[in-house]
Design a protein. Sequence first.
Length: 364
Amino acid sequence: MDFDTLPYADFDQIFYAPQFAADCLGITTKALRSFEDEPGMEVRRMNRGSVPARVYTPADLFKIASIRRSKGLTKTLQRPLTISTFVQKGGTAKTTTSVNLAMYLGFMGLKVLLIDNDPQGDATSMLGYDPDLTPEELVDLGIPADRAVNGSLGNIIATSSLFAPKGLADIIKKPFGEYGPHLLPAEGLLEDMEVAINASANQDFRYALFISKGRKRELPQADLSGYDVILFDNAPSGSLMTRNSMVASDMILCPIRMDKFSCRALARLGNKLQSFAEEYQRSPDVAAIPTMFIKNRPRAMAHLAALSQMFPGKVTEGKLYFSEDYSKALESGLPVLGWKGASENSAGAMRSVFGEILERLVQM
């Protein structure tokens, strides 16, 4: 395997200039500088010419976000929430949305657990972990052994003998340190979760029970009480695993391309949510995000109008525009919100859309 095919970034060696760091946190550079003297903060300086300049790692930013929260400078939720990113259509920027939303909410001071609920492990890979290679194989490629995956949600819920029981602490990944979003990764064996859930009692409520008990500290292997948001990234299929995440969720996040197939997929989801309300007495909120949007395209505008009519009040005002920044960021081993080359058309638009999502979460 060619090393170049494995995007790997050492997040501790990613350094942001003050303006980029401030933009990530949604504050001014003056406000950013005010946190330098906080206990435990150590802002590095790197020479730019003959002048040492302040630089920040991603972990620094999430720590500053945590300090801002402790000072009451960030928005807080009324209760812990669960979100599922899902639409039954591939190629809609679903995983890109999940991973970057986890980062954005972390920059806003919230504690986030991102659960990769897709056996393909795209969210896991996007955050720099390899769901397929062993620690030894990664070391041979010059990648740290801790980028290997040592289990998944299946090992924690452990609904059958298909999964060896493990604790959250044994599996969880913290790509940006303690204060950044945490990742419960996926690996190939996760596909057996479908069989395991199908053989268990209350098969549609396995995830909901897991989250409810974990938040109450009733599961010795998985204390979820410290997370404000649990975010599921799902496969683009109506599997039992996906249904479990949706039943457990307060919000379904739907990235939608402006084409008829994606709009049809969202229409099917609307019908499915109606049956959810009848069958499970649950009615999660829906937030539809127009993605890969190209301005001034009549067809795209027509699909957007139809989408807004189909889900009144549920479509975000902001849009995620078509941009090569997403693929370039991926090639560098970083989510676009953590990539210094991102433009206002990509990262700026994304912050605007996610700001709308955060406002909805605050009101729930």
